[in-house]
Structures are given as structure tokens and as C-alpha cells.
Design a protein around this ligand. Structure first.
Ligand SMILES: Nc1nc2c(ncn2[C@@H]2O[C@H](COP(=O)(O)OP(=O)(O)OP(=O)(O)O)[C@@H](O)[C@H]2O)c(=O)[nH]1
Length: 345
């Protein structure tokens, strides 16, 4: 993991608050507003090494933040930015003296927010050491110990809290992308993946295929066995489908008893075989004892001129045809001939 590689976004702050929101730009501006005058002041009073270290930190941090806000690759390696921050604090301690010891705490916390945990710890250690050595050289051993443990506790608590926030963030991301009942991906995710699949077709000529699946007479199942049994059928159906498709294929729940499978890099001919295999196995899977559960399926492959809406609508029309033609069957939409064909059982 790299500096700007937080849990899923480069800078932790932008991961938590969003790059496009106000918090990340505001924090960046605050850092610049605090450190730029310090650099100028130190140039004026002739502390050139310190002034240079702070200026370089401000410049490299600004360059990376700007790139991040623009969604570009970061121009300066994270370790260089972190080293400059540590160097600036250490130089300020040994040149300006006692008053600057307070900077050690906010700089350590800021680094923990900016970097992934391991990197933050690696760069907090020299900060901890230099501050302790400074106090040791100028005060009593007991004072140095006090500072050492106070800073160590700060670093530990901040990093533990951030680790906890990271895991909550991951959980939230997971839950917001999945359907709560079946664990299949939700419609919002489908829209994102459809967009990718269409772009893939347009730019790299890779075919992807959609299979829309709808349980036949599901209302009857609910009416005969109750809503809880209906839910159980949906859960078992989703898990059964997931075990039969490839890891690269994606299952979405798009309605009550309606699912969509997106098969990336798959032609319509292959998708027909997958659909037929699923149909046959669901029929014989005895999801409910003594009550055959069947599904109808509609298939449609990508094409260069397709939009997401048209793609979904063609798969839906094929599914509707499968229902009309007797259910427990699969149909595919032939975009070239604008016709719906049966998939051979
Ligand atoms: N148990 C359960 N039922 C649901 C859920 N979501 C939707 N339903 C039910 O699914 C049924 C869908 O019924 P219809 O749209 O008439 O379709 P159908 O009975 O499957 O008939 P065809 O699709 O024409 O074969 C409705 O009774 C909904 O109440 C859910 O999450 N759990």
C-alpha cells in the first residue's frame, strides 16, 4: 500500500471525507496556511536549512494534493513528503528550541491521517526519537521519558482509532453495494458495471453479456408457503447461482424476484450455455420440497451502439418473451436482426 493508497483512496482524509467535498481541500489549505508563513519567517530570520525544509514540504505536499484533487497520478513520492515533514520538525526543535516541541504532536497526528498505518508508524518513529533526544539533551531524563510516553500514547491511540474507522469504512462500503437479503450486488453497482462493460466493448471490442433471471410464479410461492419461505428461496437461489458462475461473473438483484448476471468477456453463445445450465439446475434443485421452482431467462450481448438503458431493456424483452413462450426457458435478443430467439434446451 502506498501513501496515497489509504483504505481505497490515496489520502486517508480524502477517503473519509471525499475528494470533492469541502473537508479535504479545507485541511490542505489549513496546512498550507500554517506552514507557508513559518517558511517565510525562517528565511527572514536567517534559519535557511529550516526554512528550506518547510518550503520543500509545503511545495511537495501542495503538488501531491493538487494532483489528488484533479484525480491525477501523484508527482512526488509519499516518503519524500513525510521525510520533509519529519526533517522540518527536527530542525525546528534543534534550531528554535523549546517552543517548537508542541509541533511534534499535530505533525504526528497529521501524518497518521495522511499515510497508511505502517507508513505513518515508520515516519512517526524518527519524530518520536528526535523529540525525546532533544528533551534528553536539554532537560532531565524524567522529562524525556514523560514526552516519550505522551507522544507514544498519542501515536498509538490515533492509529488504533484510524484502524477502527478503516474497518467501519470497509463494512459500510460492502453493505452499501449489496442487497441485504441475498448478498447479491445491488442495482447501483449494476449501473457502474454496465458502464464499464459498454466502454470495454467500444474501446477494446470485448463482448459482455447480460442474463436477466426472474422466478416463475413467485407470487404463488409467497401465497402458498409464506413470505419467509419466499425469502429463503431467493437466498438459496442467489447462492446457487453464485456457485455456478465464474468468479469474474457478477450477480445483481434488481427487483423482488429478479436477478441479473453480467458475464464480462463472454459472447452470447457462451452465455446461452450458462443460462441453460442455470435453468436446468434450478428446476431440479428442489428449492421447495414437492414444488418445482423454475426461472425464465432473457439474454442480450453488448453492441457498440448500445446504451445501458437499451441493453437492459433488450434483456428484459427477451425475458418477457421467455415468460410469454411458457416460462422455464431462456430467450436471447438478437440485436443484428432485432429478433428474439429461443435458446435450445
Ligand atoms: N418473499 C419475498 N417476496 C417478494 C420479495 N420481493 C418481491 N416479492 C414478491 O414477488 C412477487 C412477484 O410477483 P409477480 O411480479 O406477479 O410475478 P410472478 O408471480 O413471479 O409471476 P411471473 O413473473 O409472471 O412468473 C410478488 O408477490 C412480490 O410481493 C422479497 O424480497 N421476498
Amino acid at each position: 500500500m502506498s501513501f496515497y493508497d489509504g483504505p481505497n483512496d490515496p489520502i486517508r482524509l480524502s477517503t473519509y471525507f471525499g475528494k470533492k467535498g469541502k473537508v479535504f481541500p479545507a485541511v490542505t489549505l489549513i496546512i498550507l496556511a500554517v506552514f507557508s508563513p513559518l517558511a517565510i519567517k525562517n528565511f527572514i530570520i536567517g534559519e535557511y536549512p529550516l526554512a528550506t525544509a518547510i518550503s520543500l514540504f509545503v511545495l511537495t505536499f501542495s503538488a501531491d494534493s493538487y494532483a489528488l484533487l484533479r484525480g491525477r497520478k501523484l508527482p512526488i513520492n509519499e516518503h519524500i513528503v513525510a521525510s520533509l515533514a519529519v526533517l522540518a520538525v527536527t530542525l525546528s526543535l534543534f534550531t528554535l528550541g523549546d517552543g517548537t516541541i508542541f509541533w511534534v504532536f499535530p505533525v504526528s497526528i497529521i501524518m497518521s491521517f495522511l499515510f497508511p498505518i505502517r507508513t505513518a508508524i515508520v515516519f512517526n518513529l524518527p519524530l518520536l526519537l528526535s523529540a525525546t533526544i532533544y528533551v534528553l539533551l536539554n532537560y532531565q531524563v524524567a522529562d524525556a521519558m514523560r514526552l516519550f510516553f505522551a507522544l507514544l500514547m498519542t501515536i498509538t491511540v490515533v492509529n488504533l482509532l484510524l484502524r477502527h474507522i478503516d474497518s467501519l469504512h470497509e463494512l459500510l462500503k460492502e453493505e452499501s453495494s449489496k442487497d441485504a437479503l441475498t448478498g447479491a450486488l445491488n442495482r447501483r453497482q449494476l449501473n457502474l458495471f454496465l458502464k464499464d462493460a459498454l466502454a470495454n466493448k467500444l474501446h477494446y471490442h470485448n463482448d459482455s453479456t447480460l442474463i436477466m433471471i426472474d422466478v416463475d410464479h413467485f407470487k404463488q410461492i409467497n401465497d402458498l408457503y409464506g413470505h419467509a419461505k419466499g425469502d429463503e428461496v431467493l437466498i438459496r437461489l442467489a447462492s446457487g447461482i453464485n456457485t455456478q458462475i465464474r468468479e469474474s461473473d457478477l450477480l445483481f438483484r434488481v427487483g423482488g424476484e429478479e436477478f441479473v448476471i453480467l458475464l464480462p468477456n463472454t459472447t452470447v453463445e457462451t452465455a446461452e450455455k450458462v443460462a441453460e445450465k442455470l435453468r436446468a439446475s434450478i428446476r431440479t434443485s428442489s428449492l421447495i420440497e414437492d414444488h418445482p421452482v423454475t426461472v425464465s431467462l432473457g439474454i442480450c450481448a453488448t453492441d457498440n451502439n448500445l446504451t445501458q438503458t437499451k441493453w437492459m431493456s433488450c434483456a428484459d424483452k427477451a425475458l418477457y418473451a421467455a415468460k410469454q413462450r411458457g416460462r422455464d426457458r431462456a430467450c436471447w435478443y438478437d440485436l443484428n436482426r432485432d429478433r428474439i430467439e429461443d435458446v435450445a434446451a
